[in-house]
Design a binder for this molecule. Structure first.
Ligand code: ZN
Length: 684
């Protein structure tokens, strides 16, 4: 029986949002509502798509492109609430629904992108685009939509479509297998230690290792596992060189241990299929296909960034190594300095250079004050203000609602924030939208939210943050501003709908204002005394930021370069791991540093498609944010009004309405060089 007979989308609280401030009325939404409403909403979206595709009228922007963009409103609404719940406040029922809904959604949307009648109408508009007299944003949306269909195989003949579907399916199961193999190797390996072996390790590490041993049935002992949160601190603090070596070897061999969980063949097959897919779709290489809709656009542009950084990082790391070798000799070591020594001596050097403790900073970073600082910076830069609206129900009692207003007092949208960890929330921090802002058709005001995982203090006490946590709050709020300040017509280019190598600019850039002295002086006040953070503590905190950059940049960039080397060639290497070794040798990779992710466990690139030919993106965004903030520094005013207005207009408000290079140039006057990023990292 069709569920649409029992659900009325026009009146259901999941799809008709009539709670306070135009939010959904969360008090009337039950967990069992999602399933039937999803079914009805998918059906209603399909009916809209069929009507557009089957129209007897000639295609126009209104009856095809705009109709397509505005279709599926009920599906958008139920999805946005569901995915919010799935991440921020889940339970067994929601998780079961998730397993049911994910494949349904993916079948639904892939059927739309393979819909030939629909593509014929889009293609007709696209071919006539120059005679349609379109404004630039509409033209861009038309081009992006057309390209999206083509990249999904819409232009292939029947045989090509069949082959592409088969490749995609095979890639997706290989990607899943890759991830599960790494997980199996991580799960199966543990090094059990006793009290004498763990002398000198910090308490937080010892308790994590005790917990890990107990989970593996060895209560009372300590386990080193291959989870990064244990591996890294163990390599940093363990005095036992023999154990550090054992653990290092196990960590870097994940996915390459022979047997059922070995990823060597999985990688070989994936690279082959990716090369074939690119060829089928008319691209020179898989990297060319993946980069086509990014800011970098070509493998060459990626290398223009990574290659000079690589050289500087090698120099810096070589100098750092000399200093670490000196420390090792002073400590009485006669061994040749090795990869499992780096983190250990680097920590000794850090303690020697920057004698301060994270615990000294924490009392100055009260959550409520840091939230105020986020809002205050946004008001200073962009004129928007935030007013908390209390007593409004959201998905959980901890979620707070803020009205966002423009300079003239008019309503801009809503910001919701849910700051504390709880068992029903997944880990990490993120931004998303219950509703994106746009002007097309009836238009919509943005409803944006941030989710954090800070430890909840006992009642009556102030929540205190670490520097990293305060930075995360600024980071996610930067994404939120990208959503809230959006000023575009078309929904598909609203807010954070930008390319993978551009989306971290608004967030990483915003982090810079946390450490602007005027901001800290006003908001970093001691929880007991109310006094601002002392200058020398602030200076030490700032100076420590670039420590260890040679090592970090080499391990990151090596992985990014290998990712590009695999995917920028037209074919696939017959033996990927030999290719990895040869490429590293050509790059002069030091044998005292390991890649951050070696091929057989490089999940970003092989456990799915997310960051394949895209690991560079993190550094690409960093080049942009460092250069963008240095624009403010050059004026001597971190809130320079003229620059802030250009930043608002071209970056935070523009979404994906223009090419990112055009947007960046409009803000900065030129494209960035990696210079400012290298200064920020302490490489020059
Ligand atoms: Zn981010």
């Amino acid at each position: 029986m069709s569920s649409s007979k029992t659900v009325d989308l026009a009146t259901h609280p999941l799809t008709l949002w009539q709670g306070p401030l135009g939010l959904p009325d969360f008090t009337r939404i039950g967990d069992n509502d999602f399933g039937p409403v999803f079914d009805a909403a998918l059906e209603s979206h399909q009916a809209e798509i069929d009507a557009i595709a089957g129209s007897s009228e000639a295609p126009t922007i209104d009856n095809t492109l705009a109709a397509l963009e505005l279709a599926g409103e009920p599906l958008d609404r139920v999805s946005s609430i569901f995915w919010c719940r799935a991440g921020a406040h889940t339970n067994d029922d929601i998780q079961a629904l998730e397993r049911d809904i994910s494949p349904k959604m993916s079948r639904h949307f892939s059927a739309i992108s393979m819909n030939e009648k629909l593509f014929a109408r889009i293609d007709d508009l696209y071919q006539r685009r120059d005679s349609l007299n379109l404004d630039p944003e509409t033209l861009r949306v038309l081009e992006k939509t057309w390209k999206g269909f083509v990249r999904s195989g819409a232009k292939l003949d029947a045989e090509g479509k069949k082959r592409l579907a088969a490749i995609n399916e095979e890639l997706s199961s290989l990607g899943t297998k890759f991830g599960q193999n790494v997980l199996a190797d991580e799960r199966d390996w543990a090094l059990f230690l006793d009290e004498a072996d763990v002398a000198g390790l910090p308490d937080f590490l010892k308790s994590a290792m005790a917990e890990a041993a107990e989970m593996r049935g060895q209560k009372g002992r300590y386990a080193v596992t291959l989870s990064r949160s244990i591996y890294e601190p163990f390599s940093t603090f363990s005095e036992r060189r023999d154990l550090r070596e054992t653990v290092f070897r196990a960590f870097t061999m994940r996915g390459q241990n022979g047997g059922a969980s070995d990823n060597t063949d999985v990688v070989r097959d994936m690279l082959k299929l990716r090369a074939e897919k690119a060829k089928l779709l008319g691209y020179e290489s898989f990297a060319a296909l993946k980069l086509d809709d990014t800011m970098a656009k070509t493998p060459k542009a990626v290398h223009d960034l990574l290659d000079p950084v690589w050289q500087k990082a090698l120099e810096k790391a070589a100098n750092d190594q000399k200093e670490l070798e000196r420390l090792a000799t002073e400590a009485g070591s006669n061994d040749k300095f090795a990869a499992w020594d780096w983190r250990f001596y680097q920590e000794k050097l850090r303690a020697e250079k920057f004698a301060f403790d994270e615990a000294e900073l924490k009392p100055y970073l009260q959550l409520e004050r840091v939230i105020d600082a986020c809002f205050d910076v946004a008001t200073n830069l962009f004129g928007v203000t935030f007013e908390e609206k209390r007593g409004i129900a959201a998905w959980h009692p901890d979620a707070r609602v803020f009205m966002v207003k423009n300079v003239d007092g008019s309503e801009r949208g809503l910001f919701l924030a849910d700051y504390f960890a709880r068992p029903s929330k997944r880990s990490g921090a993120w931004m998303s939208a219950l509703k994106s802002g746009y002007k097309l058709g009836p238009g919509a005001k943005p409803v944006i939210y941030n989710i954090m995982n800070f430890a909840k203090p006992p009642a009556g006490e102030a929540a205190l943050l670490s520097v990293d946590e305060a930075k995360t709050l600024f980071h996610e709020f930067g994404h939120a501003l990208h959503g809230m300040l959006t000023d575009v017509t078309w929904p598909s280019v609203s807010g954070t709908s930008v390319s993978r190598d551009f989306v971290e600019l608004p967030s990483q850039l915003y982090e810079h204002w946390l450490t602007v002295p005027a901001v800290l002086e006003k908001h970093a006040l001691h929880v007991k005394t109310g006094k601002p953070m002392p200058k020398d503590l602030l200076d030490k905190m700032l100076a420590a930021r670039t420590f260890g950059a040679g090592f970090a940049t080499v391990e990151f960039t090596a992985s990014a370069l290998i990712d590009m080397a695999y995917h920028a060639r037209p074919d696939a290497p017959a033996e990927p791991l030999r290719f990895e070794a040869e490429t590293l040798e050509k790059l002069d990779m030091p044998d005292t540093i390991a890649m951050r992710h070696r091929t057989p466990h490089f999940g970003h690139v092989f456990a799915g498609d997310g960051y394949s030919a895209g690991y560079y993106s993190y550094m690409w965004s960093e080049v942009l944010d460092a250069d963008a903030f240095s624009a403010f520094e050059e004026t001597g005013d971190p809130f320079n009004p003229e620059l802030a207005e250009r930043l608002r207009k071209n970056i935070y408000a523009a979404g994906g309405s223009k090419d990112p290079e055009e947007l960046y140039t409009a803000f900065r006057g030129k494209m960035p060089s990696p210079e400012a990023m290298m200064v920020k990292r302490g490489l020059v």
